[in-house]
Design a protein around this ligand. Structure first.
Ligand code: ADP
Ligand code: ASP
Ligand code: MG
Length: 450
């Protein structure tokens, strides 16, 4: 079997979904499990609906719910051919919108939006899109069954940033999904959402449908995991910054993990781990141009060269500088620091140390105040904001002669806060000012690719 994941732009309207259906038809013999995201922009909208109703802006929330409904009604009417299937799709959409409206009213009345409720309303995007996709496939004579992710995607109860429970998921996929594939049915399911052991809806972090696909692929030992998106593959830089980035034909799991972790939005950062463990190739493909070969992510690439593969970045990160003249390398000092980050679930991207200082970059800073308060009990802490992290990823970079010289020839004119070449052979990272980000990426891309 294979897993095929379609992102938000791939299901954004009726024409996009027609393309998706043709792509699925071309893969029927491979027994696909199809994982779909919400239509592009819908998850953002649902989250705004939750926040608006919590802050008393109920009318705005209701208006947005109506927009979500209208958009999907339009899709149903221009996508599905038979009246019977149109009615079925609309009936389900109406039920979903009614349930969403009720929850949103509750949020408004209680002025409260917990993580649990946020996950519940966020999941409607995928619930709505998969209902439409399933009926549209059946309408086009593709034998299809919708299996809801909450029947098998068991997670912990970290509601908006859940982690999967692989053993339980594996068991359920075997019992629920496998028999359908054996009957030669296409299985459709929701990305992004799961369910806790207590039966509450959870979601992975944003962009998590990629992760759903790789979890299913790993648990079912699929032949391949296909991630269908709106670009021709993994590119040498973010196409929203660089005009004509190069397409990478193949990259290794390690390089892809590094790229995803350091900001390449095309893959959710957790996607690669389940694939690596089970050695399942991941292919990035363009649903607008399915004839293109895309990028294949595999264990070992053919390239033995030392080369730069891609330049990624994260904007709006914070740098925390921790100073302590006496204790820095005293036994247990770093442990003490990281216990605080652990306690407040704050993950660290990059670390550098000197004789008297540890610097760290942070992206999720919800609990930063508490982290700083506790660190300040034994060290001097300085926070720098509006920074950007750039990461140059490639093969055997550590052995690529003169690479630092080429990077710093470009970056040397800009203010650099941190530099790290990690023990890995595949990444060189540094921190600059937010405002310089696009300029530096363009210059680096020119140096290495143009
Ligand atoms: P989907 O809705 O299919 O999940 P995303 O928007 O999450 O799509 O990811 C695809 C987008 O990632 C592309 O449209 C592109 O703008 C962006 N992107 C950023 N960096 C890269 C990169 N190195 N290679 C490819 N795409 C990238
Ligand atoms: N719909 C979810 C989001 O927008 C998941 C995804 O698209 O991958 O974050
Ligand atoms: Mg995505």
């Amino acid at each position: 079997m294979i897993v095929m994941k379609f992102g938000g732009t791939s299901v954004k309207d009726a024409d996009a979904i027609k393309r998706v259906i043709n792509i699925i038809k071309s893969r029927i013999d491979s027994k696909p499990v199809v994982v779909s995201s919400a239509t592009a922009g819908t998850t953002d909208k649902l989250i705004n609906i939750g926040n608006d109703s919590k802050s008393g802006n109920y009318e705005k929330a209701i208006k947005s719910i109506i927009e979500v409904k209208e958009r999907h009604l339009n899709i149903i009417n221009s996508l599905i051919k038979s009246d019977k299937h149109i009615s079925k799709a609309i009936k389900k959409l109406n039920e979903q919108i009614a349930e969403l409206s009720e929850i949103v009213k509750g949020i408004y009345l209680l002025k409260e939006l917990s993580g649990r409720t946020l996950a519940k309303i966020s999941s409607f995007g995928e619930l709505i899109s998969t209902n439409i996709l399933t009926i549209a496939l059946i309408d086009r004579k593709v034998d299809t069954v919708l299996i809801n992710a909450n029947d098998f995607m068991i997670t912990d109860d970290n509601f908006n940033n859940a982690e999967p429970q692989f053993n339980e998921i594996k068991k359920r996929l075997k019992n629920i999904v496998l028999p359908e594939l054996k009957k030669n049915r296409v299985v459709v399911t929701q990305g992004f959402m799961g369910v806790s052991e207590t039966g509450d809806i959870t979601t992975f972090s944003r962009g998590g449908s990629d992760y759903s696909a790789s979890i299913i692929g790993a648990c079912m030992k699929s032949k391949e995991i296909e991630i269908w998106t709106d670009v021709d593959g993994i590119l040498s830089a973010d196409p929203r910054i660089v005009n004509s980035p190069k397409i990478l034909n193949e990259i290794s799991f390690k390089e892809a993990a590094e790229l995803a972790f350091f900001g390449a939005k095309v893959l959710h950062p957790s996607t690669i781990e389940p694939a690596i463990k089970n050695n399942i190739p991941v292919r990035i493909l363009n649903s607008h141009r399915p004839q293109k070969p895309g990028t294949i992510i595999i264990k070992k690439t053919n390239s033995t060269k030392y080369d730069v593969k891609s330049i990624t970045s994260k904007k709006n990160i914070k740098v925390l500088n921790i100073y302590s003249t006496k204790m820095l390398f005293a036994y247990g000092f770093l442990k003490k620091i990281f216990e605080i980050f652990d306690k407040y679930k704050t993950s660290v991207d990059l670390i550098t140390t000197s004789e008297v200082n540890v610097s760290l970059t942070l992206e999720n800073t919800n609990n930063l105040k508490y982290v700083i308060d506790e660190l300040s009990e034994f060290a001097e802490v300085k926070l720098e904001e509006n920074k950007a992290l750039i990461c140059v990823v490639g093969n055997n970079l550590k052995f690529m002669k003169g690479i630092e010289k080429r990077i710093f020839k470009v970056v040397g004119d800009f203010k650099i806060s941190m530099i790290s070449q990690g023990a890995s052979l595949i990444n060189i990272s540094f921190v600059i000012e937010n405002d310089d980000l696009e300029k530096v990426i363009k210059l680096l891309h020119k140096e290495f690719f143009e």
